[in-house]
Write a new protein. Structure first.
Length: 390
């Protein structure tokens, strides 16, 4: 509860009038002081009354690409039975306050307001809660309360169409490119039967030929083939325009474009943020159960001050060997880490490096690295489609 400047003045006047009236035995001043104090007390009681309101929100849509339109519809319903709600309300949309008309809202009635959600920047825009302010008729006391839960609107990076997607060096052992999203078992070799093997795995034709039970050995060939490593270190993107690292925004657009292109080509893809422990492997559905999808993770991605994040990430990639095509996306400050990325050539036959926002072309690095210099996501898509070898 907050008392306004008018309320503070009236309260001070009430104290002074009561003091002077009692001190010098002026009943008129005492009466005026009592009236002023009663007015402030009445204002506090009126402002403390809590109206019964129900707030519902509907985002249309709740996930949108950067620059595309999105709107939020807020419905406020007075579920009370006794009196109209004479209130002031505003909704929070990111850093902006949106007024919501709820003056003289009768019991059982509702009011609705629709407004645009800003999507000019990638990120997660929190909308809500509704802030309702209750004032007394004299404007002495004001009390603000939140109503309803906040709803996020996910602003994804722009997606630039890519016509080519590297399928990597890995092939299924039966000669096909592995594109099975839910896992596949492919024949590898034959071995002698041991107790406990399933009979359905017995290869009867070979068993009849050699005179012993022979069992098929299978391998899972549907591990992720594309690994996208996004460098989200603040040191890799030192340049700021209006407080925003445009090179990082371009890298996010490139990551979203590669992930989407892999999804359309039915190729499993793994998105990693250098300075983040969360990493979800995604298949053609583009989203893992119980976890954020890759585009949502890119919308929520932010810069980190962890300067050793790339070294830690490359060490993990070397140990785990999560795929056979590595795509490293960084800014002008990340070129010093290309040696660590180039050292992964033994574990990843194909390594692609994209550098965004650099003033000069990136010098040739380790042998076998494919280096793409781009100013933004659109230029990256054009350079990517012009690559002749992966």
């Amino acid at each position: 509860m907050g008392i306004t400047a008018r309320g503070v003045g009236l309260l001070v006047a009430a104290v002074v009038l009561l003091g002077v009236g009692f001190r010098f035995a002026y009943p008129e001043l005492t009466l005026l002081g009592a009236a002023a104090g009663a007015a402030v007390g009445y204002a506090a009681l009126v402002a403390a009354w809590r109206p019964r309101l129900t707030v519902t929100r509907r985002a249309d849509p709740d996930r949108v690409a950067r620059g595309e339109p999105a709107s939020m519809t807020v419905t406020v319903r007075n579920t009370g039975r006794l009196r109209s709600a004479n209130l002031l309300a505003e909704d929070r949309c990111g850093e902006r306050a949106v007024p919501v008309p709820v003056l003289r809202l009768r019991p059982g009635r509702d009011t609705e307001v629709r407004y645009d959600v800003p999507t000019d920047r990638r990120g997660v825009v929190p909308v809500g809660p509704l802030r309702v302010t209750r004032r007394d008729p004299l404007g002495l006391v004001a009390l603000a309360r939140p109503y309803g839960a906040a709803v996020p609107v996910w602003v994804h990076p722009r997606i630039h169409p890519l016509t080519a997607v590297p399928r990597g060096a890995g092939r299924s052992l039966d000669g096909r490119v592995d594109g099975v999203p839910h896992g596949s078992i492919t024949f590898d070799s034959l071995r002698e039967y041991v107790v406990g093997d399933e009979l359905r795995r017995v290869h009867w034709r070979t068993s009849a030929r050699v005179g012993e039970l022979m069992v098929r050995e299978n391998v899972d060939t549907s591990l992720p083939r594309l690994v996208v490593l996004l460098d989200n270190r603040a040191a890799a993107h030192p340049q700021r325009v209006g407080g925003v690292a445009e090179s990082f925004e371009s890298a996010c657009e490139a990551a979203a474009s590669v992930v989407t292109a892999a999804h359309r080509a039915d190729l499993p893809v793994l998105l990693l943020l250098a300075a983040a422990e969360l990493a979800e492997a995604t298949g053609p559905d583009g989203e893992a159960d119980g976890a954020l999808g890759p585009l949502d993770r890119l919308a929520a991605a932010d810069l980190s001050d962890d300067g050793d994040a790339v070294r830690v990430a490359t060490t993990r990639l070397r140990q785990d060997r999560l795929g056979d095509t590595l795509i490293f996306l960084t800014g002008p400050g990340g070129r010093d880490e290309l040696g660590h990325v180039g050292a992964l050539r033994g574990a990843y036959p194909s390594v692609v490096v994209a550098v965004f926002g650099a003033a000069e072309p990136t010098p040739p690095g380790a042998a076998g690295l494919v280096v793409v210099d781009a100013a933004d996501g659109a230029q990256f898509a054009a350079e990517w489609d012009g690559v002749r070898r992966w």
